[in-house]
Design a protein. Structure first.
Length: 368
C-alpha cells in the first residue's frame, strides 16, 4: 500500500512537470507569434505609407479640365484624380472655396486650372499653398479679348434702329441706365456681369483647336511632374487628340455654310464657337443665373437681328431659354441651344459627345 501511494505521488509530480513545461512552451510560442505579428503590421503600415507617397494626386478646378485630365491619366497606375467643384457647378466666375475644398487642395501634387482669370479664387490658393504645382491649361492658347467677344460694345443701333423698330436707343440708354449701351459706360456699369476676367475671355475650351492645345499642355506638365509615367501621359493625350481632330475636321467641313455669317450669342463662351466656324458674333448678351434682361435690351437684340441680317442666335438653354423664346416670338430668327460644356457627367467622352452634338445643331441651323 505504501509503495502504491509513493507511485501515485511520483506520477502526479510528473504530470505537473509536463503541464508546467507545456504552458511555458505555449507562452514562448505565443510571444514569438505576437512579435512577428507586430513586425508584420509595422511592415504593412510602412508599405502603405510608401504607396501613399508614390501616389500622384491631381486636382482639377472644374468640369472641362477634369474631362481633359481624365483622358490623359486614364489607366496610369498610381494617379488619383479629383475635381474641386461639383460636376454641375458650371463656370467658376463666383465660386467660393469651402474648407473641404482647401482640405482637398492640401493633398494635391498638381492643380490643373483653366486659367485666364476664370478661377478667381487662385490668390487664396497661392497664399495657402505657395508650393502647389499649378498647371494653367490655356497658358499657351491665344485667348479672345473681351472686345472681340463682347461684340455688342461695337454695335451701334442708335442711328438706324429707330426708323425700323421704333426704339430710339439713345432714349433707351437714358431711361435704362443699368443696361446702358453707350458702351464705354456699359463696361463700367455692367461690372456685375463681366466676371472679372480682365481683358480676356477665358472660355477657351469651347474652341476645339484651343482645347486640343490645352490637353497637350496638361499632358506635358504631368509628364514633367511624374517622369516615370511620361510615355503613358503622352500616349493618352495623343489618342484623345486624334478624337478631337475629328471634331475639328467636322467643323471645317461645314464652314462653307457658316463663313462670314452674322450671329448673336447669349453666352460669352460662344464667341469661341463663332471663331471656330468663322462666323461674326455681331452682338453679345451674356446671360447667367443673376442676369435680368431689360426691355431696352430686348429691343436692341431685335434691332441687331434686322440691322445685321441675323438668322441664327446661339444660346444656352439653362439661362437663355426665356430670352430665346421672347426673340423667337418677335422675329423669324432660329435660336440654337448649344451646350457650353462646363458641366455634365464624369465620362471620358462627354466633351466629344457634347461638342459633336453642338456641331450638328449648328449645321442644321444653317441648312434650313
Amino acid at each position: 500500500m505504501k509503495n502504491k501511494c509513493k507511485f501515485v505521488g511520483i506520477m502526479f509530480l510528473c504530470i505537473l512537470i509536463v503541464c508546467t513545461l507545456a504552458v511555458m512552451a505555449y507562452e514562448h510560442t505565443a510571444g514569438k507569434t505576437g512579435a512577428a505579428g507586430e513586425m508584420s503590421d509595422a511592415s504593412d503600415s510602412a508599405k502603405n505609407t510608401d504607396e501613399a507617397d508614390d501616389m500622384l494626386t491631381v486636382v482639377t478646378s472644374f468640369y472641362p479640365m477634369y474631362i481633359a485630365a481624365l483622358n490623359i491619366v486614364d489607366g496610369v497606375e498610381g494617379v488619383r484624380l479629383e475635381n474641386l467643384s461639383e460636376p454641375q457647378t458650371g463656370c467658376l466666375h463666383d465660386f467660393q472655396l469651402t474648407p473641404e475644398d482647401m482640405k482637398l487642395l492640401s493633398t494635391a501634387d498638381v492643380f490643373v486650372i483653366n486659367g485666364g482669370g476664370i478661377e478667381s479664387f487662385m490668390s487664396d490658393v497661392a497664399k495657402a499653398y505657395p508650393k502647389l504645382d499649378v498647371v494653367e491649361a490655356c497658358e499657351d492658347v491665344a485667348l479672345l479679348s473681351d472686345d472681340e467677344s463682347d461684340s455688342d460694345h461695337d454695335h451701334d443701333h442708335d442711328a438706324d434702329a429707330d426708323s425700323d423698330h421704333d426704339h430710339d436707343h439713345e432714349a433707351d440708354a437714358e431711361s435704362d441706365s443699368d443696361h446702358d449701351h453707350d458702351h464705354e459706360a456699359d463696361a463700367e456699369s455692367d461690372s456685375a456681369h463681366d466676371h472679372d476676367h480682365g481683358d480676356e475671355n477665358a472660355h477657351a475650351w469651347m474652341s476645339v483647336p484651343r482645347y486640343r492645345a490645352m490637353v497637350q499642355t496638361i499632358a506635358s506638365r504631368l509628364a514633367e511632374k511624374d517622369a516615370k509615367h511620361a510615355d503613358e501621359y503622352y500616349a493618352n493625350a495623343k489618342a484623345y487628340d486624334a478624337k478631337l481632330a475629328v471634331l475639328e475636321e467636322k467643323i471645317n467641313s461645314i464652314k462653307s455654310l457658316t463663313n462670314g455669317q452674322n450671329i448673336i450669342i447669349f453666352h460669352e463662351a460662344y464667341a469661341y464657337v463663332a471663331d471656330d466656324f468663322s462666323m461674326n458674333a455681331c452682338y453679345l448678351l451674356d446671360l447667367d443665373e443673376e442676369r435680368s434682361v431689360s426691355a431696352g435690351e430686348i429691343k436692341q437684340v431685335i434691332g441687331a437681328i434686322k440691322d445685321d441680317s441675323v438668322s441664327v442666335i446661339l444660346a444656352e438653354e439653362l439661362y437663355g431659354k426665356s430670352m430665346g423664346d421672347t426673340v423667337s416670338r418677335e422675329t423669324d430668327v432660329h435660336v440654337v441651344y448649344i451646350d457650353p460644356l462646363n458641366r455634365g457627367e464624369y465620362d471620358k467622352d462627354s466633351y466629344l459627345d457634347g461638342m459633336e452634338h453642338n456641331i450638328e445643331l449648328i449645321k442644321e441651323a444653317f441648312t434650313k
